[in-house]
Design a protein around this ligand. Structure first.
Ligand SMILES: Nc1ncnc2c1ncn2[C@@H]1O[C@H](COP(=O)(O)OP(=O)(O)OP(=O)(O)O)[C@@H](O)[C@H]1O
Length: 208
């Protein structure tokens, strides 16, 4: 499902990601670990098609990542940076928007359950700016989980979350995996690694 073939990124004289190889089967998970600056986010950006490798290549869901391709976007959902949120849409309305976008003939996306799954249901009528920073983080995770995907990519989903919420997020990701999704997660948190399961890829500190 995902093949990372010696993929690396160099910009000028800076190595963002040393050449890296790994493989994840459908329904599998790759947990990316490593110190600050080792290239975890860069690797996830490659998988999500937000960056192009300067060496090596990747295959994600059968093809090179192409973020403008509707087919690629239908298959790959990623949280690798804070997404833009509408100030005048409630949490439930954001979820409805995502569900409506990805629903279609023969496809019904039930996004509403995601808020309850992450214990955000009681905040459904709030605006995003009326959330705590941890609740905002949970909500950005919910937005990714609300849409259909075959591949899920999360960069440090534990950011700003307390231990219970980290467990909830890890369980939600593991549930998608159990349903057949392939998962790539970068994390500094042992609970995320344990909760998501799968293989662990350790990145070392980049040379420059
Ligand atoms: N736009 C950029 N231009 C130049 N160097 C960059 C750029 N973005 C990141 N880097 C460098 O690339 C390296 C890898 O960064 P990256 O964000 O992928 O690391 P990370 O493992 O995700 O770190 P963290 O654990 O702190 O999130 C770092 O040394 C960083 O300083």
């Amino acid at each position: 499902m995902i093949e990372i073939r010696g993929a690396g990124v160099v910009e000028g004289d800076v190595t963002l990601l040393a050449p890296t190889s790994s493989r994840v089967a459908q329904g599998g998970a790759l947990v990316v670990r490593g110190p600050n600056g080792s290239g975890k986010s860069t690797l996830l950006q490659l998988v999500a098609g937000l960056r192009v490798p300067t060496t090596g290549s990747l295959i994600v869901a059968g093809d090179a990542p192409r973020p403008r391709s509707p087919e690629f976007r239908r298959r790959v959902a990623a949280l690798v940076a804070t997404p833009p949120l509408a100030r005048d849409l409630t949490l439930a309305e954001h979820i409805d928007l995502v569900a409506a976008t990805w629903s279609g003939p023969g496809r019904h996306v039930a996004g509403g359950r995601v808020l309850d799954e992450l214990d955000l249901g009681r905040l459904a009528t709030r605006f995003p700016h009326e959330l705590s920073s941890g609740q905002q983080q949970l909500f950005t995770v919910a937005l990714v989980l609300a849409r259909p995907s075959e591949v899920l990519v999360f960069d440090e989903p534990e950011h700003r979350l307390d231990d219970d919420r980290v467990q909830s997020v890890a369980a939600a990701i593991a549930a998608r995996r159990a349903a057949g999704a392939t998962v790539v997660v970068a994390t500094h948190d042992d609970a995320v690694e344990a909760g998501v399961g799968g293989d662990v890829l350790h990145l070392g500190r980049a040379a420059a």
